[in-house]
Design a protein. Structure first.
Length: 145
């Protein structure tokens, strides 16, 4: 009979770093996707508000800070929660425009404007691998792997 003993030591500090790198890479992947969509000029655009300040990354609950003078600030880009982030557009017309690609969209500002503007980045779309590839690159860079 052969007896074998082994001891495993985990580098908990490095494991925490790798876990935090996953979180950061996920948040940055959502930002990269938003930037990619804006640069592809596929969102309908009039003033630019819908693709600009009305579209943001939501991950977890917003962080609110209250200052000594009584003013408050809210950070809308928050830490991911449960491995999920969302890209949210709060313009009142966003849902109507997104789900009605048959509308005649103005092409002066964004020549590729149309409904369902995330379609190319969803499964089956021509850029379906964008998010996975971006996450891999970001994770490797952030984690130092």
């Amino acid at each position: 009979m052969i007896k074998v003993n082994s001891t495993v030591n985990f580098n908990m500090s490095r494991l925490r770093q790798l876990t935090q790198a996953q979180v950061t890479a996920l948040e940055q992947t959502a930002e990269a996707l938003h930037t990619e969509v804006v640069q592809a000029q596929v969102m309908p655009r009039d003033t630019g508000a819908m693709q600009g300040e009305r579209t943001f990354i939501k991950a977890g609950e917003p962080i609110t800070a209250t200052y000594e003078n009584g003013s408050t600030a809210v950070n809308s880009i928050t830490k991911e929660q449960g491995g999920k982030v969302s890209i949210i557009t709060t313009s009142p017309q966003a849902r109507r425009l997104y789900f009605h690609p048959e509308y005649k969209f103005k092409k002066e500002e964004n020549p590729n404007a149309g409904g369902m503007w995330y379609k190319n980045w969803l499964p089956g779309g021509k850029n379906e691998d964008f998010a996975a590839d971006a996450f891999k690159k970001l994770y490797r860079r952030i984690s130092g792997l």
